[in-house]
Structures are given as C-alpha cells and as structure tokens.
Design a binder for this molecule. Structure first.
Ligand code: SF4
Ligand code: SF4
Length: 117
C-alpha cells in the first residue's frame, strides 16, 4: 500500500460518521480528490463531467445519491464533522472530528495533487 493510501485509510478511520437527512445531497458539488482516491472510482466520460460541472454538480451524484459512497473523497467525509464545514441541515456526529486530524487532513490535501471529480 502506498504512503498516500495509508494516510487516506488513517484519516477515513478518524473522521466521525453521522446520519444525514434522508435523501439529502445539499453539500454535494464539484469536489476534488487525490489520484489514489480517483483510481477507485468508475470512469466517467468527458460529457458526464461537463454536464455535472455545468450544473455545479458532482458527476458521481446519481438519482439515489452518491454512486461512490463507500469510496467518497476525504473532503466529502469531512463535511458536517467540523464547524468549518457545517451541515446546512444541522446534522452532525455526536463528537466532531478532532482539530488535530482536521489540520492533518488539510495539510494532506494541500500537499497532494488534487483532481476535480
Ligand atoms: S451533511 Fe447535511 S447537507 Fe450534506 S448530505 Fe448530509 S444532511 Fe445533507
Ligand atoms: S463524491 Fe459523492 S458525496 Fe462527494 S460530492 Fe460526489 S456525490 Fe457527493
């Protein structure tokens, strides 16, 4: 396993999960991910990317929600778990992500090449 994959796994295990408002995808939009995360997603055509971007949407948001939920990028996992990325529907985990982990994640995002989904 590469160093980045190890870090991604480390962060995933430390970002708290919580239950969303049913059927809600309000926080989905154009997001970025590392090439290691991207490699786990099914390939989308250029057209699918263009259509999604034109609607300020994510190409992996389908009729039944996120099509890559189990492999969704770190930034999607972080959303709602910190006061800096609050859920507009007031959903949150019982315990928010630790400040230390949040900073480490942002350092990781800034230090890796991020690709638009
Ligand atoms: S975090 Fe909030 S805005 Fe995002 S999908 Fe869940 S309920 Fe909706
Ligand atoms: S990857 Fe999934 S959770 Fe993240 S923005 Fe796209 S549809 Fe939403």
């Amino acid at each position: 396993m590469t160093k980045n994959n190890q870090k991604i796994r480390f962060f995933r295990e430390r970002i708290p999960t919580f239950e969303c408002k049913q059927g809600c995808h309000d926080c989905c939009g154009p997001v970025t991910a590392s090439s290691e995360e991207m490699a786990r997603f099914p390939v989308k055509s250029d057209e699918e990317h263009e259509v999604a971007l034109a609607e300020y949407n994510c190409p992996y948001l389908g009729d039944n929600g996120c099509q890559v939920y189990d492999e969704r990028p770190l930034i999607c996992r972080l959303f709602g778990t910190t006061q800096r990325l609050p859920c507009p529907n007031d959903k949150r985990p019982t315990v928010m992500v630790s400040t230390k982990i949040e900073h480490q994640i942002h350092r990781f995002l800034a230090g890796t090449r991020q690709l638009l989904l």
